[in-house]
Design a protein around this ligand. Sequence first.
Ligand code: C5P
Length: 319
Amino acid sequence: MFFLRSATGLQVRTPAKVNLYLELLARRADGFHELETVMAAVDLFDTLHFQTREDSSISVECRWATGQLNQVPASHEIPDVLGDLPPSPQNLVTKALVLLQEATGCKRGAIVRLVKRIPSAAGLGGASSNAAAVLLAANECWKLGLSLTELSALAAQLGSDIPFFLRTGSLGSGLAVCRGRGEIIEPLKTKRPLQIVIVRPYAGLSTAKVFQQCELASQPKQVEPLLAALQSGAINQIGSTLFNRLQQPARQISSTIDQVAKEFEKLDVVAHQMSGSGTSYFGICKNVRHARRVTSQLKSKQIGTVFQTQSVGINTLCN
Ligand code: C5P
């Protein structure tokens, strides 16, 4: 999360994420899953502009960035390529602000303008990142003085990934292990940013549907080998340590996952897999030059929108 004060309010750059590891440990009584996941914030950003209103009304205006619209092939519809832009009442940004007003009794409102680059229904956490950004912006501009812990408790009511994004500003590496429903965050140290190339296929997936199809393993996959590879900086050892329990159910719902996986298989990336509940798929590259080459190879396949990214925390943002 990166904040800039403007003449009229606050501008926030809100990052996407990928899941390097995701295991389901148990089904919970509330219908959610107890999980363990390693998330990396990446430098694919939406831009959120927050302006306070002195009355309590909230308006959220949302549009795709021109650069993103220009990448939509003539043969495809915008919602297939980028996903849907949720209208104001259903937008997580609106829901987050209403919840914050209710929880604090704040009588102020907001005008929010959101320029989207992170595709939705993609497993990249775009809506959650936007919600985290608006909670932080409103806390600041409405002078509420809530702690990160208090904001996290509110955020967890709206979406499982929001607490991670609330913390991205304080995660030096942009990486963390998240447990519980996703709200228990343990920051990770890494030696250098990861080079990550993402493909968002020309079709999305509903998170809830993918979770409905999933099965728990009797022997959960261990996270430790990935943590050891990340902490040692031995990128080449990441290989078989990536894991995503949701990839199997997502493959059953959408054939695009296997199509994209097959293309990554032909490349010399260090490791590759689906992010979150899909459909986005990513590969880890050896260095920036390698990532540039992989990006152009994947673009030529026309299997989806391709993003060359790197993991990003507050330190890398400040450079
Ligand atoms: O919290 P979020 O909005 O991301 O969750 C979307 C859906 O994903 C939930 O309705 C639930 O079906 C599933 N989910 C889950 N366990 C989690 C997170 C999400 O079952 N820890």
